[in-house]
Design a binder for this molecule. Structure first.
Ligand code: GLA
Length: 386
C-alpha cells in the first residue's frame, strides 16, 4: 500500500490528469465493529466505529451526464453515462453503477462529474472498504447535485446498491457508521428503528485492529447462507427477524428446531444481549466487563455461528495473552480478515510487539496491527485546505 495519505494522492493525481485543481474533496471511512456481529440483518443491535482510514475522491462537475472516475488503487478508469441503461459486470465499477441505479430509483437528481479515487482501507479485510466506497460516491453525487445531506437515506441507498446490484445481502451497519460515525465515539445502533446513539470510547483504552493477513474467497455466499438460516429460524416462530424471538422462546423450541438453525439463532439472540450489556459497561467505564463480553462474542461466533477461522482464533488468543488486553474478538463478516481488541492505553507498545511476535511464531504468518482512532463519517472538505 502507498503510504502517502490518499487525500494528498487524489488531489495531486487529479491535478496531473486534468491540469487544474478539483472543485471538491470527499471521503468516507471504513469501520470496525466492537460487538454485535451478524445481528444487523436480524434487526438487532451493533456497536461499530468509523475508522481513521477512508476512501477519498477529488472531483469537479461536468456539464455532460457522465461520471468519469479514475481509481488509483485499481489503476483503472470507469466511464458511466447517467442517461443510459447500465449493464451488470464484476469489479469495483459495480459500486458506482449500483449507487447510480438506486439513487435514480430513489428520486435523487444526478449530475455528471470527473474524479480520482484512492483509499487506505485494506480491501477484503472485513473493514468495509465497500461501504466506504459507496458512501464516498454518495457524497460526490451529493456535493455536485447540491443535495441536502441525509446520512440515513444515503446509508439505505448504499445498502440497497450492495444488495440489489452487487448481490451481497449485507445489513445496514457498515453503511450507517460510514455515513454518520462520530470522532471519539462508537455508534450504538438499533438496526430496526435505525436510531443511533454515540457512545464515547474511554480515553483509558485504544481500539486495535488485528489483521490476520488471511483473505477468504466465497465470503459472500457463506454470508448469504447464514442470513437465510436466520430467516428460516425466525419463520419457525412466525416472525420475520430473530430480533423478535426471546432466549426463553428459543430454549422452549430446541427439540423442534433444526439443530443448526438453533445454534445460529442462539448466537444472534445472545449477541443482542451482549451489545446492550456492553454499551452499559462502556458508559460506566467497566472495561473488564466489556472485555469479557468481547470474548464471549468470539466464542459464540466460532461455535454457534461458525464464521471464525483458525487464523482469527489464533490472533484473538495471542491478544488475550498480551499485556493490557481487556478483550478481543473477530470482527466483520468473518472467515478471515481482522479481529479487534480493546487495550489499556499504557500498554499499547508492548501489546503490539507481543501480538505480532506471538502470531508470527504460532501461525507462521505476519499479522498487521493498526491502533485506530474513532473518526467522523462521510465528509466534504474544502479544497483550499488541502
Ligand atoms: C458484513 C456486513 C454487515 C454485517 C457484518 C457482520 O460486514 O456488511 O452488514 O452483517 O458483516 O456483522
Amino acid at each position: 500500500m502507498n503510504h502517502t495519505s490518499p487525500r494528498i494522492r487524489v488531489f495531486q493525481a487529479f491535478k496531473e490528469l486534468h491540469g487544474h485543481s478539483p472543485e471538491h474533496l470527499v471521503c468516507a471511512p471504513g469501520r470496525v465493529n466492537l460487538i454485535g456481529e451478524h445481528t444487523d440483518y436480524n434487526d438487532g443491535y451493533v456497536l461499530p466505529l468509523a475508522l481513521d482510514r477512508a476512501i477519498w475522491i477529488a472531483l469537479s462537475s461536468l456539464s455532460e451526464p457522465e461520471v468519469r472516475l479514475h481509481s488509483l488503487d485499481f489503476d483503472q478508469e470507469a466511464s458511466v453515462f447517467l442517461d443510459q441503461p447500465l449493464m451488470k459486470e464484476e469489479g469495483w465499477k459495480e459500486y458506482l453503477k449500483g449507487m447510480i441505479e438506486i439513487s435514480n430509483a430513489s428520486g435523487l437528481e444526478l449530475f455528471g462529474w470527473k474524479g480520482v479515487m484512492a483509499g487506505d482501507v485494506p480491501i477484503g479485510a472485513g473493514l468495509s472498504s465497500s461501504a466506504a466506497m459507496e458512501l464516498a460516491l454518495g457524497r460526490a453525487f451529493g456535493v455536485v447535485g447540491n443535495w441536502k445531506w441525509n446520512p440515513t437515506q444515503m446509508a439505505r441507498i448504499s445498502q440497497r446498491a450492495e444488495n440489489e446490484w452487487v448481490g451481497m445481502n449485507c445489513g445496514i451497519m457498515d453503511q450507517m457508521v460510514s455515513a454518520s460515525g462520530r470522532k471519539g465515539h462508537a455508534m450504538f445502533l438499533d438496526c430496526q428503528s435505525l436510531e443511533a446513539t454515540d457512545v464515547p470510547v474511554p480515553d483509558a483504552v485504544r481500539v486495535v485492529i488485528l489483521d490476520t493477513n488471511t483473505r477468504r474467497g466465497l465470503v459472500d455466499s457463506a454470508y448469504n447462507e447464514r442470513r437465510s438460516q436466520c430467516e428460516s429460524a425466525a419463520r419457525y416462530f412466525g416472525v420475520t427477524v430473530l430480533r423478535d424471538v426471546s432466549m426463553e422462546q428459543l430454549n422452549q423450541s430446541e427439540a423442534m428446531l433444526d439443530p443448526l438453525e438453533f445454534r445460529r439463532a442462539r448466537h444472534v439472540i445472545t449477541e443482542n444481549c451482549r451489545v446492550l450489556d456492553c454499551v452499559k459497561a462502556l458508559r460506566s467505564g467497566n472495561l473488564d466487563r466489556v472485555g469479557k463480553l468481547m470474548k464471549e462474542s468470539h466464542i459464540s461466533l466460532r461455535d454457534d455461528f461458525e464464521v471464525s477461522s483458525e487464523a482469527l482464533d489464533l490472533i484473538a488468543e495471542c491478544a488475550y495473552k498480551a499485556p493490557g488486553c481487556y478483550g478481543a474478538r473477530m470482527t466483520g463478516a468473518g472467515f478471515g480478515g481482522c479481529a479487534v481488541a480493546l487495550v489499556d492505553v499504557s500498554c499499547i507498545e508492548e501489546f503490539v510487539e507481543q501480538v505480532l511476535k506471538d502470531y508470527a511464531e504460532t501461525s507462521e504468518r505476519n499479522g498487521l496491527l493498526y491502533v485506530c482512532s474513532p473518526s467522523d463519517g462521510a465528509s466534504v472538505f474544502s479544497v483550499e485546505n488541502c
